[in-house]
Design a protein around this ligand. Structure first.
Ligand code: RNT
Ligand code: ZN
Length: 421
């Protein structure tokens, strides 16, 4: 019954969109190409598997909450991710941090990570037909306790982290080679300080030198690509962050590395949507960390809000879908973590679908003719279009649960799997 109604409803939606010059079937085909990299760190609150008691500590990011059922080991994390992927339509990617390696019982320090520690991840991902992206981990470590890593004035400290990042780039290239698909390697460092800092230039000079050393080795671009992520401020680095937006924009553009724009890393009223067109005018690609900032915190579960919609619209309007690498970046330990993945990823997909269904051509015509009331009116109409029906139809066509059905399903997983941890 429900299936039949959905088909009837979709037929209406298709017709209605066609009146605005939009082909819904084509939009769904384009949505299929929007592959989102699910971050491993929502499953265990950024703990990682270096030690059995790993927890996120230090480094300008913090996680709050202790909702039961977090993944305690690799197997649990894989199960949770498989569950999440099963509730998300389409083919997506997996984004790993170095601290999630398969280290066995041995403690492997950051300056000793090797490709072999990621072999079992590649096997798992290949089975799941998922490609892996990678991240160096420069936080939660004694060598990061001073608040500085790659930009530290202490040679010993920065050499330790340079070694780590060099190894991580090699691991990313290995993953890309083994998987026959490029792995994006991202560098985010927490470096900065809580209070007034006078050595602002000095640390930035050191960071630049460290990055130059790190990038001396070039890898096959078909196997890996480098990204560098900026931030405005962090917890404990309120006054000064070495790796600011200007720093990495300058570095990335002049050294041919893509920059990573995290939605939670700018001033509260500053939106990354408006940074897409400028960035891609001067750079081949960009990495996005799709996140949701609230006041001073940057990593809430993504929802279908204006920030996200505007970002997707800018990407689609500029025809940039093949130039953006989309990664999620949020971690909420106060709610069901599989639920967080499913809500966040589906929100990102819905934003892209909304953008793909915008009657941009017509809106642009109005704008070009300065018919500004008409432009606003049509943009308002596009908000009332039967967008939710197209989304439901997409989920159903991929064999994925629709709407609130996912709530029951995740609750069931919580009762039968998570509650037993
Ligand atoms: C931190 C950055 C960074 C991390 C992850 C764990 O502010 O956003 O991307 O969230 O790498
Ligand atoms: Zn981020």
């Amino acid at each position: 019954m429900k299936k039949k109604s959905l088909e009837t409803a979709y037929a209406y939606a298709r017709e209605r969109y066609a009146e605005l010059g939009i082909d819904t079937d084509k939009a769904l085909k384009d949505l299929d190409k929007v592959s989102i990299s699910l971050h491993c760190w929502q499953a265990d609150d950024v703990g990682g598997f270096e030690r059995t008691d790993s927890t996120l500590s230090g480094g300008g990011i913090q996680v709050t909450g202790n909702y039961p059922g977090k993944a305690r080991n690799i197997e649990e994390l894989r199960n949770d991710l498989e569950k999440a992927y099963s509730l998300i339509p389409g083919k997506h990617r997996f984004n790993m941090h170095a601290i999630y390696g398969d280290f066995g019982k041995k403690f492997v320090d950051r300056d000793a990570v090797e490709p072999k520690h990621f072999k079992s991840w590649i096997d798992w991902a290949n089975e799941q037909k998922i490609k892996i992206d990678f991240n160096s981990s420069l936080f939660s470590h004694v060598m990061a306790d001073s608040g500085y890593t790659l930009s530290s004035r202490e040679k010993k400290v920065r050499e330790f982290w340079i070694e780590h990042v060099q190894r991580c780039r090699e691991i990313a290239a290995y993953i890309g080679k083994e998987q026959k698909g490029r792995s994006v390697h991202n560098i985010w460092i927490p470096d900065g300080s809580k209070d007034v800092t006078v050595n602002r230039l000095e640390h930035r000079k050191i960071l630049k030198e460290s990055l130059d050393t790190i990038f001396e080795k070039e890898y096959n671009p078909k196997e890996m690509a480098d990204a560098i992520e900026s931030k405005l401020f962090g917890i404990g680095s309120e006054s000064y962050v070495v790796g600011s937006h200007e720093f990495y924009m300058g570095y990335g553009f002049t050294n041919n590395r893509m920059i990573c724009l995290d939605m939670g890393h700018f001033h509260p009223t500053e939106s990354i949507a408006d940074k897409i067109s400028s960035t891609l005018l001067f750079s081949e690609e960009v990495l996005l960390h799709v996140s949701r900032g609230i006041r001073w915190d940057s990593d809430h579960v993504v929802i279908f809000n204006d920030d996200l919609i505007q970002l997707a619209l800018e990407i689609v309007r500029g025809n940039f879908l093949n130039k953006v690498n989309i990664g999620l970046d949020f971690f909420d330990a106060s709610i069901n973590r599989i639920g967080a993945y499913v809500v966040g990823t589906r929100a990102a997909q819905r934003a892209f679908l909304f953008a793909l269904l915008e009657p941009t051509k017509k809106i642009r015509e109005y704008e070009n003719k300065s018919q500004n009331f008409e432009k606003l009116a049509l943009m308002e109409v596009s908000k009332d279009m039967p967008f939710g029906i197209v989304w439901d139809y997409y989920c159903a066509s991929k064999g994925v649960l629709i709407g609130e059905e996912v709530i029951d399903d995740i609750q069931k997983y919580e009762k039968t799997v998570l509650a037993k941890r």
